[in-house]
Write a protein of this length. Structure first.
Length: 251
């Protein structure tokens, strides 16, 4: 297996592929003022194995198109939708967030947790706007600096990983200049990282290593994930995911 296949193998059995939480998804629904009884069309972009998709399906009267470019994640999501009894509300779709097969103004809501960085926040919010109905809502979580300055080890790490990382005020400014009205913002709390994402991942390391013959490549992946976990624990005062809620302007 190459590195990509190993990463897929590590993550595809997980409930989520990034920090988040069911109650935080529900909180964002509340802040966005989404009517739980209205019949809605939602796109969940970069859905992974569907943590947020399943919560949206459970709480809303919606049809959710769940998009990811990895077929293995889409298959896992489809199985979970079936076993949760919500498959009628979910349309799984294997597609790239850079080339979405959507119609203009097709959706009431665009949802994206821990994924918009793959296209870049600024490009994502600009590109995806066309798929939202007038006054449609965008809800996206994005890695965010919590302070105006930070230690150089951390700054260097993120400059390398994702140079678009910035403060909430900078992200909100991007929303304003991209044709949205910012409606709400909150920071994902620590349990979204540690209890919901890193701890289940850490518990899966032994099985992952033994299923992959304890190979050097598999060990390198575990080491890289452990390093990321340590970096989070050391510097969690300085960064988290911000959840951004914005309404499309009627231009
Ligand atoms: N929303 C999920 C997954 C977050 S991880 C959760 O919160 O658990 C980011 C996801 O984006 C992964 O599932 C990855 O496969 C997907 N992704 C990355 N690049 C993509 C692209 N270009 N198009 C579609 N999905 C992409």
């Amino acid at each position: 297996m190459d590195e990509f296949e190993l990463l897929l193998d590590l993550h595809k059995g997980a409930n989520r592929q990034g920090p988040g939480g069911d109650s935080e998804t529900e909180k964002a629904i509340g802040l966005a003022g989404i009517d739980r009884n209205a019949s809605l069309k939602i796109a969940d972009i970069g859905c992974g194995t569907g943590a947020s998709t399943l919560t949206l399906a459970r709480l809303l009267n919606a049809n959710i198109t769940a998009v990811d470019f990895l077929q293995d994640f889409i298959d896992a999501l489809a199985n979970r939708a079936h076993s949760n009894g919500v498959d009628e509300k979910i349309t799984p779709l294997c597609a790239s967030m850079e080339q979405l097969p959507f119609e203009e103004e097709e959706f009431d809501v665009i949802w994206s947790e821990g994924a918009i960085y793959n296209i870049g926040f600024e490009k994502g919010v600009a590109d995806w706007k066309r798929y939202l109905k007038p006054s449609g809502m965008l809800i996206a979580s994005e890695i965010t600096w919590l302070t105006s300055s930070r230690p150089s080890e951390l700054q260097d790490h993120w400059n390398n990983e994702y140079p678009e990382i910035d403060t909430a005020s900078a992200k909100i400014k991007i929303l304003e200049s991209s044709g949205y009205t910012p409606i709400g913002y909150f920071v994902l709390p620590e349990h979204c990282w540690l209890d919901n994402y890193y701890e289940p991942m850490r518990k899966s390391f032994d099985a992952f290593l033994s299923r992959n013959g304890n190979s050097e490549e598999a060990r390198a992946i575990v080491e890289a994930e452990r390093h990321e976990i340590e970096l989070y624990k050391k510097y969690k005062a300085y960064f988290s995911y911000g959840v951004y809620i914005a309404k499309k302007l009627n231009e």
